[in-house]
Design a protein around this ligand. Structure first.
Ligand code: PEP
Ligand code: MG
Length: 591
């Protein structure tokens, strides 16, 4: 197989992009007709009709684009829920921004420009401003701006915006860029895969593809030059491979791989409804990590036992201002009620790092991951923190809520956070508002200083949850976002495993609950070590729950403990990898 892949690479028919949505599909390339906003914006067209005609064309194209976006919002709301539909609210806001239209009209009037050029040059100016922002979240918004105004441009140019993409069975959509509205408009019964030249794994479009379970590979620069309409394509969205016009033997090897995956998935499905325990009866709870209420469908499908991490910051994104206490209360209560008594660990606001809220105008930082983030932000902006805590407390009457503080690095921070929580409780009591008494309070252990004082922190909380995505980056001093050092982002680093073991021992001797919600929780080779350390719960993206349940069911507690002892005396990651028989298991980002 390895030889075959090397041969393929030489023949230049195999390309590697960024895996954005898992799954293997084989289909025909359908090339998306591309209109380049930037190119239109660089040249003055000399074909301006009368001023009135250009203005009328502009107005009607804006109007048609608006109707499209409203329809897309409606369809997305029906099929994918409110959170994804909000993307189109943001697009409508962009479309309605009076500033953009004024600038375009000025260009038509003062520069003798036609509507297409005027629109394209103003819009591409906005695109490049956003693109140049160093904050990855903001720079990805450039795609939204391009999406909205390319739609208007197509109407000005008289190009059908409902392209032929997806009108044929087994289509693999190949395009320069992905936009949420393009993806929402796909005929999902016909489009089986997506390949794009641009984009990253955290863009809205990638999130939507995952949500719709359409395999996707993004960031495959230059692929449009290699693929023609109707070419046969194999797409492996789990590892980012795209193979163009493969030979028969390659097709059969991928078909085999796909059917093995299918078989494997149906084997995993046989673990639905089973309890999670080792062969000798040691129970572990398997939780799901969610960002919004819409993620609960996938949790249900994958038989989750609890929500081990509710990333509350998603509620603060994709909007123009902070959510009010009432709005937050409704959102938390909605999730909690849907859980029907299952435990829900709500993590308080973790913004900063790679997650910025532009409406708060927080100053740019040299090292945002080491800066004004999570609990540090909340303790300084106690107004925002209190609003959230009050909303969570009020929502707690609807079910089984736990509160968890992120990025704590000292006892003082924890005590301050708890004090603010107490103030909120006193206020609510005074106002005659209810909350559930006895809510468990926990702390994420994701900063080495917190891990090293775990015995001290344990006296003040009911549980720990290991945030290994950050604990790894801070312990090994490796930026989790920087591909240049990604080879050093090593979950098997003996220093990290020793640190996790230390935290586990402190949690056990203090008698508090011990969980993990970072991406290491589902690495099959590491799960036995976590069982050996005595973890009570592991939380992960819903897709990993059933495979992890299978792994655990095949373990024996005493053997896990022995394995752990052996691992903790090894000196390097590669020794540990060899000992665990790991086949290059990789973390899959922050899912
Ligand atoms: C972690 O750091 O492991 C974690 C779960 O939090 P996040 O990925 O949201 O930073
Ligand atoms: Mg974290």
């Amino acid at each position: 197989m390895k030889l075959l892949i090397i041969k393929l690479m030489k023949a230049k028919i195999m390309y590697k992009g960024i895996p954005a949505s898992p799954g293997i599909v084989i289909g025909r390339a359908r090339i998306s007709q591309h209109i380049d906003l930037d190119l239109y914006g660089q040249q003055v067209k000399s074909s301006r009709k009368s001023l009135l005609e250009e203005k009328a064309c502009l107005e009607s194209s804006f109007e048609k684009a608006r109707r499209d976006l409203e329809d897309l919002r409606e369809a997305t709301f029906r099929e994918q829920g409110e959170t994804y539909a909000l993307i189109f609210d943001a697009h409508l806001l962009l479309l309605d921004d009076p500033e953009v239209k004024i600038q375009v009209l000025n260009k038509i009037e003062n520069e003798n420009a036609d509507a297409a050029y005027a629109l394209a040059s103003v819009a591409s100016g906005y695109v490049s401003t956003f693109k140049s922002m160093s904050d990855p979240y903001m720079s990805e918004r450039a795609d939204d701006i391009r999406d909205v105004f390319t739609r208007v441009l197509k109407y000005i140019l008289g190009i059908d915006t409902k392209s032929n993409i997806g009108h044929e069975e087994n289509s693999i959509w190949v395009s320069r860029e992905q936009s949420p509205s393009d993806i929402a408009a796909l005929d999902k019964t016909k489009v089986i895969g997506i390949v794009t030249e641009t984009g990253g794994g955290t863009s809205h479009a990638a999130i939507m593809a995952r949500n719709m379970e359409i395999p996707a590979v993004v960031g495959l620069n230059g692929i449009l030059e290699q693929v023609s309409e109707g070419d046969l394509i194999i797409l492996d969205g789990s590892i980012g491979d795209v193979i163009v016009n493969p030979k028969d033997e390659v097709i059969s090897s991928y078909m085999e791989k796909a059917s093995r995956l299918k078989l494997q998935n149906s084997l995993y499905r046989s673990y639905v409804g089973r309890s999670t325990q080792t062969s000798d009866g040691y129970h572990v709870r398997l939780g799901a990590n969610i960002g919004t209420i819409d993620d609960l469908d996938s949790c249900e499908k994958n038989d989750f036992e609890e929500i081990g991490l509710y990333r509350s910051e998603f509620l603060f994104m994709e909007r123009a201002e902070l959510p009010s206490e009432e709005e937050q209360y409704q959102a938390y209560a909605g999730v909690i009620q849907k859980l029907k008594g299952k435990e829900c660990t709500i993590r308080t606001l973790d913004i900063g790092g790679d997650k910025n809220l532009d409406y708060l105008s927080i100053e740019k930082e040299m090292n945002p991951f080491l800066g004004f983030r999570a609990i540090r932000f909340c303790l300084e902006r106690s107004d925002i923190f209190k609003t959230q805590l009050r909303a969570i407390l009020r929502a707690s009457v609807h079910g089984n809520v736990r509160i968890m503080f992120p990025m704590v690095s000292s006892l003082d921070e924890l005590l301050n956070a708890k004090e603010i929580l107490q103030i909120c409780q006193i206020e609510l009591e005074r106002e005659g508002l209810k909350w559930r008494s006895g809510i468990e309070i926990g702390v994420m252990i994701e900063v080495p200083s917190a891990a090293l004082i775990a015995d001290i922190l344990a006296k003040h909380v009911n549980f720990f949850s290991l945030g290994t995505n950050d604990l790894l980056q801070y312990t090994c001093a490796v930026d989790r976002m920087n591909p240049k050092v990604s080879h050093l982002y090593e979950p098997l680093h003996p220093g990290l495993l020793r640190l996790i073991d230390l935290v586990a021992r402190h949690a056990k001797s203090a008698g508090i609950k011990l969980g993990m919600c970072g991406s290491m929780a589902h690495i099959p080779e590491l799960v036995p070590l976590f069982i050996g350390m005595g973890f009570d719960s592991l939380s992960m993206s819903a897709l990993h729950i059933l495979p992890t349940r299978k792994v655990i069911s095949e373990l024996d507690l005493n053997e896990c403990k022995k394995k752990l002892e052996n691992v903790l005396i090894l000196e390097t990651a590669s020794e540990i990898r060899k000992f665990l028989g790991s086949n290059e298991s990789k973390l899959d980002g922050n899912v």
